[in-house]
Design a protein around this ligand. Structure first.
Ligand SMILES: NC(=O)c1ccc[n+]([C@@H]2O[C@H](COP(=O)([O-])OP(=O)(O)OC[C@H]3O[C@@H](n4cnc5c(N)ncnc54)[C@H](O)[C@@H]3O)[C@@H](O)[C@H]2O)c1
Length: 429
């Protein structure tokens, strides 16, 4: 497969061109012939014009690449090596939503040919590729995995917003349905990944490795969130505690915060789902999730306590929230826990205004029914800096004083500010 792709006798397709799929497709399109396939025709039209709908890549990343963007099945049918990077979110009951994965498998199955390869990159629970996706491929194609086509799984580890670690500089795990598949898939990925390839022993190992990377992070943050709640009762600054404890060589530096987004707060539910299906209800993973999901309400309660302490009635208070994206320096607002915190504050009848220099106001309105303010005004009783966008790091005490009224309160959820001037009630997570 690898030599044929390199000679452009065969074509590689990436299915699902979001944060994960588009960078991979464009990277392969430096030397391979690529079809970028997505069901969203609006997004396809943007990419055809050299625009990244996720606003991560600039137009220069599209130039000189051998890629054809399409939402047509007949274009997908030209490919022989398929990479699937469709979303794997959860529904309102926190149950994995496999519909995009099943739809992508149906599309691929309907055009699969003898000798083809299918590699999944979407984050899933161990077993999903072989137990949920493979049967669809086999049924739709009438082919058998092994003699007719090969299967693989290669999880994605990109970190949107982090320009220091592009796709090619992140070591990539690959796996295959047999030794031949693994070797071929590794060769193909090695072509673009400069950081190197790790060959996992099985597809399930590769699936599990990805899901525990994020589960571990979720749990570590949940421990820090729990500690932050305890230390708050004790009147101890959690950041100072982490700084002190961090002087030990084997202390892991994690920080408290709102865990939103589509990975860390979501992936543990995939593992949980499969585990429960097999008869074991995880204790540790679930309790970590509960702590993290409870943080928006806890921070909102803290805000109310601070308002009351400063003699302000919540129903008369005007509070500014800075940042609603799921993390710093990105425009992605999916699963924003800031939005959940805003809802909690509004439940106390607080007049909440939100500003974010990266988020798209239309997306925020559509997703959360919340309005982003065009400008930061004045007279706020409290400001909650929720997301650590670089732009907010530049603010100082004079700025906060200039936009707040009497007895101002600054809640710094990302611990961005040191030496905040007296006269501002400063609280940080
Ligand atoms: N974003 C990240 O930082 C990140 C990092 C590592 C892993 N992942 C995982 O990668 C996968 C993709 O995530 P993402 O953030 O790129 O998603 P995304 O929402 O940014 O993009 C998904 C794209 O897939 C398209 N799509 C949906 N269903 C489709 C279908 N059936 N056929 C073709 N296209 C379809 C959508 O239109 C969209 O363009 C998920 O499993 C996610 O958990 C994401």
């Amino acid at each position: 497969m690898y030599p044929s792709l390199l000679r452009k006798e065969k074509t590689l397709a990436v299915i699902g061109l979001g944060y994960v799929g588009l960078p991979i497709a464009l990277e392969f399109a430096r030397d391979f012939r690529v079809i970028g396939y997505d069901i969203d025709a609006v997004r396809i039209a943007m990419m055809q014009r050299g625009e990244d709908p996720s606003r991560e890549l600039g137009p220069e990343e599209f130039t000189g690449r051998d890629i054809h963007f399409s939402s047509q099945l007949e274009d997908l049918a030209q490919a022989h090596f398929f990479i699937v990077a469709v979303p794997t979110d959860i529904d309102e009951h926190k149950v994995p939503n496999l519909n995009p994965l099943k739809k992508a498998s149906t599309d691929i199955g309907s055009v699969l040919k003898k000798g083809d390869y299918v590699v999944y990159e979407s984050t899933v629970y161990p077993g999903c590729t072989e137990e949920d996706c493979l049967p669809i491929l086999e049924k739709l194609s009438g082919l058998k995995m092994g003699p007719d086509f090969k299967l693989g799984y290669s999880p994605e580890r990109i970190n949107p917003g982090d320009k220091t670690k592009p796709l090619t500089q992140i070591l990539k795990i690959v796996s295959g349905s047999d030794a031949e598949a693994l070797e071929e898939i590794a060769k193909i990925y090695r072509h673009i990944i400069e950081a190197g390839i790790y060959c996992a022993s099985t597809i399930k190992v590769a699936e599990a490795a990805k899901v525990i990377e994020n589960t571990q992070r979720d749990l570590n943050i949940s421990l820090m969130n729990e500690l932050a709640m305890i230390f708050d009762l004790m009147g101890i600054d959690t950041q100072e505690v982490i700084k002190a404890a961090g002087t030990k060589w084997n202390f892991l530096k994690f920080y408290p915060g709102l865990v939103g987004g589509h990975c860390i707060g979501v992936d543990p539910y995939y593992l949980l789902h499969k585990s429960v299906e097999l008869g074991y209800e995880p204790q540790v993973i679930l309790s970590g999730r509960r702590v993290n999901d409870g943080m928006p309400a806890w921070v909102a309660k803290k805000a109310v306590q601070l308002l009351l302490k400063k003699g302000k009635s919540p129903h008369l208070a005007k509070v500014l929230i800075l940042g609603i994206t799921f993390k710093e320096n990105v425009s992605d607002i999916r699963n924003s826990k800031v939005a959940a915190m805003v809802n909690e504050l509004q439940d106390f009848s607080i007049n909440v205004q939100i500003a974010d220099c990266h988020a798209n106001p239309n997306e925020v309105a559509k997703e959360y029914n919340l309005r982003l303010s065009d400008n930061i005004s004045t007279g706020y009783d409290a400001v909650v800096v929720a997301i650590g966008h670089d732009e907010y790091r530049k603010y100082d005490s004079a700025f906060f004083k200039s936009i707040m009224g009497e007895n101002p309160i600054l809640m710094d959820l990302k611990a961005l500010y040191e030496d905040v001037e007296e006269g501002i009630e400063y609280w940080r997570l």
